[in-house]
Design a protein around this ligand. Structure first.
Ligand code: ADP
Ligand code: MG
Length: 616
């Protein structure tokens, strides 16, 4: 065929494919237009997953009657003009593509009344063919309905999912818009049934409640923006006990625009490292604010991705803010709140001190009567039976600098205005149970501490601090150990040699698939001699070969070393060792979870005891 210029009709159908991929894209474009028009209420209805009908009604500025036909011309927009440099765009739309694109693949009816006009007008474009402009009575705002989507583009129609699947896409997308625009009241009805409703109060907690329900809203932690900073973030994140098996519950926006960003999603995930079990993800609404000209929204056809001028900065703002809130709020794990939780009907409320989302009530207050008594308490261990264990005595694990404040004794009043670090209640050790759990009491009831998880946390933070300061210690092995490596592992060793030696491993290549281990990280020294050292190294290499960001594999490497350096379940501890471990745990930054995100401590509240014992 000779080269020929495509007709307008065909070329706009091709172009439409970029912007309008499926019913959810139609809804997104229409709703974003409504948002740009300053609407405070947006009602969406769909029939048949949007394939049969999509209607969007808003109460925004409306379109002047004489501009209605123009709105459907390609590249017709009221949002930018010739003077625009395409940066620092404050509106969601600006390309003037959406309405003509939609109208080229569907029948579009629009009725609108502009705020400044007495009467409204209606207009139809039927698969690209413009109809008549007619006067019509209408409230201020715009109503658009789109029917027969893609019936003139069979290829596209073929790629649509079932009605239910397309509906769930619409629902997710609209939920995201509702979460990032809490000042707008959204509703979605599908085939006559309401699917989503937010009140539009402006409160982000209300939006979360509308989208995910009140129960979830109750467990969210507030991210407060630093108003004075040029780059800031606000929103809500779930407390670690509330998590999901996939990433779809993390919603991001930049300067009011809902976006998708793998990098920023990852920043949030990273911030949760150690707070969540592996492959669990938080619920989050993170609204990033940057100077407008730091973001280029004109890089993606549907504008769902943006480019940041300083992405690393935004990444660290997000990560730091989320991490900060988590550290400040990390609650003690309540019995029964885990998935494999304990007996039903026991406690539910975390005893996290500090400021949760307003309305949450103060759960940190000690029970009336001033806490707990100081009876001497039965030690289940006899001093003579207790075998000293390595790793826990303070010579091996010196966590505190001399002169560092010591944790308050049991007589002190629990402090509910605690500093962020101070998230573990003051505990008095009662004894050890099953050579695995330390039993203690505190202001909020009885606590069980998993000795391995707790020691892992203590060791992890110490090993990490040393590593970060480039001050890790190494311990030579009396007898070097050889380790056989699985295929491909030598590459991992090469890639990570620097970090391996920085953390204290002294290894040499030996033949084509073995290593000689000459020294080990000092924290491992007492536990990993000979074959032990090799096994730990293989575990560490496995962690390293999992990939991910530098930060994530470093943390995994350190967590693995901490795990192998820590006291195990089944090991008897003396009362002093138990106390020492609790004191060290109190001083950690994140005392409530082990580095893998499992709880170190669970609680049985006084209220629960009373209820269970029917003390009324
Ligand atoms: P863009 O949003 O990129 O400007 P669109 O094709 O989406 O392009 O819309 C074209 C124009 O129609 C907009 O610039 C706006 O002036 C007007 N418009 C569309 N939808 C609405 C609405 N719901 N309320 C008010 N004006 C609207
Ligand atoms: Mg638009």
């Amino acid at each position: 065929m000779p080269i020929q210029v495509l007709s307008d009709e065909l070329s706009s159908r091709i172009a439409a494919g970029e912007v309008i991929e499926r019913p959810a894209s139609v809804v997104k474009e229409l709703v974003e237009n409504s948002l740009d028009a300053g609407s405070t209420r947006i009602d969406v209805q769909v029939v048949g997953g949007g394939a049969n009908l999509i209607s969007v009604v808003d109460n925004g500025d409306g379109i002047p009657a004489d501009e209605l036909p123009l709105a459907f011309e390609r590249f017709a927009t009221s949002k930018i003009d010739e003077t625009s440099d395409l940066i620092a765009i404050g509106t969601l739309g600006f390309r003037g593509e959406a309405l003509p694109s939609i109208a080229s693949v569907a029948r579009v009816e629009i009725t609108s009344r502009h705020g400044g006009e007495e009467a409204g007008a209606s207009y139809v474009v039927d698969f690209g063919k413009p109809g008549l402009l007619e006067a019509a009575g209408a409230p201020q705002g715009t109503r658009i309905s789109v029917s027969g989507l893609f019936t003139n583009v069979p290829a596209r129609l073929k790629f649509l999912g079932s009605g239910g699947r397309e509906l769930s896409r619409i629902q997710r997308m609209l939920a995201s818009l509702a979460l990032v625009c809490p000042h707008v009241a959204f509703s979605l009805a599908a085939d006559g049934r309401e699917r989503l409703r937010t009140v539009g109060s402006g409160g982000i907690l209300d939006a979360v409640s509308g989208v995910y329900g009140q129960k979830i809203a109750d467990q969210m932690l507030l991210l407060e923006a630093d108003e004075s900073a040029a780059f800031s973030i606000d929103g809500l994140i779930s407390s670690p006990s509330l998590n999901r098996s996939n990433r779809t519950y993390m919603t991001l926006s930049v300067n009011g625009r809902w976006i998708q960003s793998r990098r920023l999603t990852y920043a949030i995930e990273q911030a949760y490292y150690g707070f969540l079990p592996e492959r669990r993800f938080p619920i989050a609404v993170a609204r990033v604010h940057t100077p407008l000209d730091d973001v280029d929204a004109n890089v993606h056809p549907a504008k769902t991705e943006v480019r940041f001028l300083r992405e690393d900065l935004v990444y660290s703002v997000v990560q730091r803010a989320v991490r900060g809130v988590l550290s400040a709020h990390a609650p003690v794990h309540a019995l029964g709140s885990g998935r494999a939780g304990g007996s039903q009907g026991l406690l539910r409320t975390p005893v996290s001190p500090g400021n949760r989302v307003p309305g949450d009530g103060d759960r940190t207050k000690p029970p009336a009567g001033g806490g707990y008594s100081q009876w001497p308490g039965p030690f289940v261990l006899t001093e003579t039976e207790a075998v000293p264990t390595d790793g826990i005595d303070s010579t091996q694990a010196p966590l505190t600098e001399p002169g560092a404040p010591v944790a308050a004794g049991p007589g002190d009043a629990p402090n509910s205005a605690a500093t962020p670090r101070d998230t573990l209640p003051v505990l008095r050790v009662i004894g050890q149970s099953h050579e695995t759990y330390i039993v203690a009491e505190g202001p909020g009831g009885v606590y069980l501490i998993d000795q391995h998880a707790a020691h892992e946390r203590v060791t992890f933070e110490r090993v990490k601090a040393r590593f970060d300061d480039n001050a890790s210690e190494s311990q030579p092995l009396l007898e070097p150990a050889t380790v056989d490596l699985a295929p491909g592992m030598l590459t991992t060793v090469h890639e990570h040699m620097e970090d391996l030696s920085r953390v204290g491993w002294g290894v040499e290549e030996f033949g084509s698939s073995s290593l000689i281990v000459r020294s080990v990280p000092a924290s491992l020294a007492t536990r990993a001699s000979g074959d032990g050292a090799g096994r730990v190294l293989v575990n560490v290499l496995d962690e390293l070969s999992e990939g991910g960001s530098r930060e994530s594999w470093r943390e995994r490497m350190l967590a693995s070393i901490a795990c192998h350096s820590s006291v195990r379940a089944g090991q008897m501890l003396s009362p002093d060792e138990c106390k020492n471990l609790i004191r060290q745990l109190e001083k950690t930054e994140h005392p409530n979870t082990c580095p893998h995100g499992r709880p170190t401590i669970i609680q049985l509240t006084v209220g629960d005891l009373e209820r269970e014992f029917k003390r009324g």
